[in-house]
Structure formats: C-alpha cells, structure tokens
Design a protein. Structure first.
Lengths: 267, 520
C-alpha cells in the first residue's frame, strides 16, 4: 500500500540493476558495440574499463536512452529501455563527461529544472538541493550563473543534478575528469556512500587507479565487447592463466589491463 | 604558388583572408567564380548609364566644371551617402574585429609563435579593412572602369580613395571594438555593431524613399536648402568635410591626399595601439572570464529554497529565463522587426494602412516566432539531459514551442486590439494569420531543424537549407495570404493553400525522420 503511493515499487533485490544481452551498435562500417553482454547486480560499484574507442560511452548512452541499439536487450532494474523508457529513466541518472548545465541558469534554477523533469515534489527537491549544494560547497555561489563556474564546479553542479532525484542506478562517464584532488575525493566518497546505502554505481574510466581503488568488480571492454570480468584478484588470475603475463606475472591492474586488452578477444 | 615568406605580414594576411573567405561560406569552385564575375561585369552597365546619361552627375564628377547649377548640392548628397556607406563599413569592421581579436581564439597561438607581433596585428587590421570594403568596392569600382572608357579617367581615384576609407573604417572598427569589449563584453559588442549597421541601413532606406514619404514639394524645398548650404560661405568647411570622400573619388588631389593621410595615419596608429594593448595584457581576451556580479536583490544565497513544480511551468520558466538572459538573442530577433518599419512607412503612404499593417505584422511575427522557436527547440543547451529524463519528449517539445510563441502573441495583441476598434475584419484576419503562421514556423523547427548552438541563431540556415527554405516560404505565403484576405478576399484561397504547404512538408519530413529513427 505504501509502495503504491510511490508509483513504481522498489525493485526486488534479485532483479539486476543493469542487464545487457547481445547488444550491437554500428556507425557505418565500424562496430562500436559488438555483441556485449553484462549483468550488474544491485548494490555494486562496477567499473567499465577500456582503451579509448572501446565502446564504453556508446554502451552507456544506449542504457540512458540517448541512443538506440541495433539489436540487443537492455534493462534497468527490470525495465526494458526500449519498451518502458520512462520507467527505466526514472530510476536512472546519467552523468556524461561533459557536464550538461546551462550557462545562463544559476545552480538553484538548474536543480529546480532537473527536479521538475524527474517529477520530484517541489518542496522535497528544494530541501535536497540545499543539502547537495552545501555538501558540494557550491552554496556560496548558488545564485551565480553557471557560465561563471570553473569546469570542476560545473561538474559538481551536474552531479548535484544527477543526485537530486535520488537515482537507484547512477551511471557516470569518466567522472573525475576536470576535478581537483579535493573534489575528486568528495566524489569518490559519495559513490562509496551510495553503494553502501544500497544504490548501484556504474562508471567508465580509463584511470586505472580509480577502478582499482573503487570498484568491487571491473569489466574490461575491448572492441565493443567484454573481454574479462571480475574482481581485481580474479582478473589477475585470469591474466596469469591466459599465458605468461608479459612482465613477471602482472601484479597491478595496469599489467592486467595491458595484457588483456592487447590480446585478441578470446572466442 | 607563392613568393610570400612564411611568417611575413603578407603570408599572415593571406591566412587572414582565407579565413574571412571561408567564413562567408562561399564556394570557390570555378563555375561559381565565373558566374559571379559575369554578374559583376554585367553590373558595369549601371555606372555606364549614370555617367553617360545622367549629365549633371557626370559634370559634378569632373572637377573644375561647376557649370551645372546642381553640382554643389549633388556633391554634398553623394558625399553624405558615402559617409553613410562608411558607417556600414565600420559596423562590419566591428563585427569582424570581435571575431578576429576575441572569438576566433587563434590569437594566443599566433602570439605564442616566434612571429613579429606587429605583423600579426598588421595582418589582422588589413583583414578587417579588406573584408569591410569588399562589398562596396564591387559596387563602386565599376565607376572607375567605366570612367576610364568614357573619358573621366580621374575617376580611377576611386581605387585609392576606397582603400583610404577601408583603412579608416578598420581603424575605427578596431578602436571601437577594444572600447566596446572592455565596457560591454564580447557578445554585446557584436550586438552593438549589428544595431549600428541596422539603424544606418534602415535610415538610408528611408532617405532613399524620402520622395514617397514626404511628397515632391517638401523634397524640392530640401534640395534648395542643401544647395544654398553647399554654396554659402559660413558652412563651407562642413560642406568640404561632407564632400570629402566624393571629392577624393573624383580625383581632386587635395581631397584625395587628405583622405589618404587620414586613413593611413589612423590605421597605423590603431594597429600599434591594439598590439600594445594585447602585449601589456590590459585588454581582457574574454568577457566570459569576468564573473557576473551576484545580484543584490537576491543576496548571495537564500535562507531556504522554494521550487516550482509541474512540467509545464518548469519548462516555460526555464526557456523564458534563458531567452531573457541573452540580450543578444532579444536584440537579433527585434532587429528583424526593425527592418520592416520602413516598409510599413513606404507602403502606408500609398494605400490603406490596414492593407500594409496586417501582412507586415504577420511577416514580423513569423520571423520572431521562427527565431524564438529555433532557440527553444533546436538550440537546447543540454539535449541529453532532457532526453534522459522520464518525460514524454513530444510533450517537452510542444511546451518549448509554446514558450517561444506566447511572447510573440503577446507582442502582436495590442495591434490586434487597435485594429479591432476600427476594422474588425482586418483584426480577425490578423489574429488568424498570426496564429497560423507562428504555429507553422514552430512546426518547421520541431520537425526539420537540426540541433544547434544558440549563438549561431542568425546562421541557422547554413547547416540546414531545407529548414531555411521552409521558413522563408512560411513567412512569405502567410503574409501573402493575410494581404489577400484584406485586399482580394476572392483570390486569397490560393495563397491560403500555399501557406499550408510548408508546415505540411515539415510534418511529413518529421514523420519520415521519426520512422527512420525507429527503424535504425
């Protein structure tokens, strides 16, 4: 009964946060996503790690409903993005690497707009906006237009916009680009916090250190498909078993990464 | 192909002119160049007509021959027209300088290179001069060529005189740009340049139409006034200055020397000044870097926030905020309306005001609606944010359209009320046609327009020829329909059918595109 009041019932814990099966997307002759499968359970901090042009961003844009896949099935908390786009989008926040903010709106107006798009109750959103702005240290500048913000501040504002509707699944594309050390630390803490509270965070990165430190599980993407998946230890083992890992067994993720992405995808 | 040494001022100027040429968007393929050149050759007939038939102009153009009683007055009038042309050149020079000095962003690259900074700014300045004079050179140089053939060889002085005017305009444009950017910021400086150009242009048009406006009696009285002023002792100096470009162009040595000295001196001085300003770093290179002052009425941060709710209110508020905070967009859209003012004046004298007012307002409203709906629909700053939101995309687009059209309807409303009092039928036509035309314009942008950057509003047609054609067709056919309904109601149906064509095509294209997107 209480659930009915919120419209969408909270997803059962057994439903995966993100499920992708047989995803293909090509631009002209090049296959950006080439038969990608992945299942990410709820409550996980998952990193998609891969070299430039591996298909990470394309995949995430399909998940966010910004791109249409050629074939394949994508569902977010059980909602198919092709057939139930509104339900899928409601539980999802997508944060591209280039912050989506309006230069001519101030931070408060921006959050009001985003909250309105996600249909968040105005008074709830106002309270949450203040919390977020204070926490991200944007509050003193909350009434200045975003065109006067530095790149890092715009990133933080976009992040506040993503969090204002309390998404159950948070997707970030290269989240730390342009942030200074303090802000990067804040974002990292925030992501860990959200996962602890039961949320799911999926991020792409080419910063190996970030994936290594943060993510519980890592998927290595190469040429539009997943070539390896697991915790760092599992990946290490996989690389070692895969055949005499280049330089002395490969102990860091960097070695694993270079080894696994350099080899042609297995099968 | 070239003997220009890389890094020299000439080499830089070539780079500069190539950029200017590409910015114009012309294709430099051979057939286009040949077509343009033949058109220009054909245009030589016009000065031929003026010089061989217009006897008094020809006498005025020959120094020393003051046989014609009108010569003095003609000199003053032509001189004034040339100064008006000069003002247009300055307005163009400002627009070009804003781009070349502040927006193009290659100045840092050039100044960081081991080139002589003086050469960099010299080339920039010459680029400003060449680009602002090109159009007028095409218009005026044929007079020099025809003069050579018809025995007025001294008209060849048009060449150096135009060059001097161009240098003077470049100097004025550069100096005004530095000043305007400093005071107003980059984008507003550009708007001021456009406004200057528009006002001079509109004023010029009105003067040309003075006969229609004021009647021949008033006009001949003016003519007498100009004549006596041109010949009187007291205003001799003023007349000299007004006549200066004309005298220089007809080869009067003193005038030409004066104009050349003025142009070269001003140009050299301004270029040196500009270079020093940039070298010392006293000129800010971007206005955006300057933080806007937090407005006092709101305070730095409020004690508690109050948000609006409801998708419609949210979208309308956001679009209106963005439009209102962009003085550039407001100015550009209103400019289009400004161009219509002289038309209304001219036609209005000849006929019934209702016949003119109704189609003119329909035309203006369509232009406004077109610009604003392009801004709200196509120039969304964060399209992916909106696309990722759990709302119906079609509903958001319709709301954005409403945000664009409501202000236009509000602007037109007073005219409707005014007409309703005197000519209810015309008011009815006005209301119907404004609604139809503005909604059609909006439908075109929803269905055909490509996403763009709002700063590119005036160039929105460039990437999308189809949209530009449909836009123009809508504004023309709907105002023709409105005019038909007021003047010849019997035949108006034809225009009415035409008026519906553009939105129908747009809808069809939109449906096709959506089907393709769904299939992909």
């Amino acid at each position: 009964m209480a659930e009915a009041a919120f419209g969408a019932a909270p997803a059962l814990a057994s439903v995966p946060a993100l499920e992708i099966a047989g995803l293909y997307k090509h631009y002209g002759a090049s296959h950006a996503v080439d038969g990608l499968d992945i299942v990410i359970p709820q409550g996980e901090l998952h990193a998609l790690l891969g070299p430039n042009g591996a298909g990470k961003t394309t995949t995430l844009r399909i998940v966010a409903g910004l791109l249409r896949a050629d074939t394949g099935r994508v569902s977010v908390l059980g909602h198919d993005v092709a057939t139930e786009p509104t339900e899928a989008k409601r539980v999802l926040a997508f944060l591209p690497d280039d912050a989506l903010v309006y230069g001519k709106l101030d931070a408060v107006e921006y959050l009001e707009f985003v909250a309105g798009l996600w249909g968040i109750d105005a008074s709830v959103a106002a309270t949450r906006a203040e919390e977020l702005l204070r926490w991200l240290e944007l509050w003193p500048k909350a009434r200045e237009r975003a065109e006067t913000y530095s790149r890092g501040m715009r990133q933080k504002l976009a992040l506040a916009g993503a969090l204002i509707h309390e998404p159950q699944v948070l997707i970030l594309d290269e989240p730390l680009t342009g942030l200074d050390a303090a802000a990067a630390r804040q974002v990292k803490d925030l992501l860990i916090e959200r996962v602890r509270a039961g949320g799911t965070v999926i991020l792409t990165t080419h910063i190996l250190e970030m994936a290594e430190r943060l993510a519980e599980r890592i998927s290595l993407i190469r040429a539009g498909r997943i070539v390896a998946q697991g915790s760092l230890d599992e990946l290490r083992a996989q690389a070692a078993a895969g055949g005499g890992a280049g330089r002395g067994g490969g102990s860091t993720l960097e070695d694993v990464f270079l080894h696994l992405t350099a080899a042609p995808p297995a099968a | 192909m070239t003997a220009l040494r890389p890094g020299s001022a000439g080499w830089l100027l070539r780079h500069e002119l190539r950029l200017a040429w590409r910015k114009l968007g012309f294709r430099s393929s051979r057939p286009w160049l040949i077509a343009g050149a033949s058109l220009w050759l054909a245009y030589h007939l016009a000065p031929y007509g003026v010089l061989s038939v217009g006897n008094s102009v020809a006498t005025a153009a020959t120094p020393g021959a003051s046989a014609s009683e009108h010569a003095g007055a003609i000199g003053v009038m032509v001189g004034a027209a040339l100064w008006a042309m000069f003002t247009l050149m300055v307005s163009h020079a400002i627009t070009y300088s804003v781009d070349a000095l502040f927006e193009r962003g290659d100045l840092d690259l050039l100044l960081a290179s081991p080139l002589e900074p003086r050469h960099v700014f010299l080339a920039r300045g010459l680029g400003v001069a060449v680009s602002s004079v090109t159009l007028y050179a095409l218009l005026l140089l044929p007079f020099a060529h025809v003069g050579l053939v018809t025995g007025h060889a001294r008209l060849m002085a048009i060449y150096p005189a135009l060059a001097a005017l161009a240098l003077l305009a470049a100097a004025g444009g550069l100096a005004l740009t530095l000043l305007l950017v400093r005071v107003l910021g980059v984008r507003r400086a550009r708007t001021v340049a456009q406004l200057l150009g528009a006002f001079v242009g509109a004023g010029f048009f009105l003067v040309m139409q003075a006969g229609n406006l004021f009647g021949d009696a008033t006009l001949s009285r003016w003519w007498q006034a100009v004549r006596s002023a041109a010949e009187s002792e007291s205003s001799w100096w003023l007349a000299r200055i007004v006549r200066l470009p004309f005298d220089a162009m007809r080869g009067e040595p003193a005038a030409l020397a004066a104009l050349l000295t003025l142009g070269l001196g001003a140009f050299a001085g301004t270029v040196a000044f500009t270079a020093r300003r940039f070298h010392l770093g006293t000129q800010e290179s971007t206005a955006a870097a300057r933080p806007s002052k937090p407005r006092a009425d709101r305070g730095p941060a409020p004690r508690s926030l109050r948000f609006r709710s409801g998708l419609a209110l949210i979208v309308l508020t956001k679009e209106w905020r963005l439009i209102a905070r962009d003085p550039q967009i407001v100015a550009q859209t209103l400019l289009q309306v400004l161009y219509l003012v002289p038309l209304v004046f001219v036609w209005g004298r000849q006929g019934d005001i209702g016949e003119v007012l109704v189609p003119a307002i329909v035309l203006a409203a369509t232009a406004l609606a077109s610009g604003l709906s392009w801004i709200t629909v196509a120039a969304e700053d964060a399209p992916e944010l909106v696309a990722a939101a759990p709302v119906d995309g079609g509903r958001v687009r319709r709301l954005k359209l409403l945000a664009a059209l409501l202000p236009v309807w509000l602007l037109v409303a007073p005219a409707g009320v005014f007409l309703a009092a005197t000519r209810p039928l015309a008011a009815l036509v006005l209301g119907g046609c404004v609604l139809g035309a503005t909604i059609s314009a909006g439908l075109i942008h929803i269905n055909v327009s490509r996403p763009g950057d709002r700063r590119q509003m005036n160039r929105r047609g460039k990437g999308n020829k189809l949209g530009a054609v449909l836009e123009m067709a809508t504004s023309l056919t709907w105002s023709a329909f409105a005019w038909g309904l007021v003047v010849w109601p019997r035949y108006a149906a034809i225009a009415g059918v035409a008026a519906l064509a553009a939105p129908m095509v747009a809808l069809r294209i939109g449906r096709m595109r959506r089907r393709e997107a769904a299939a992909a």
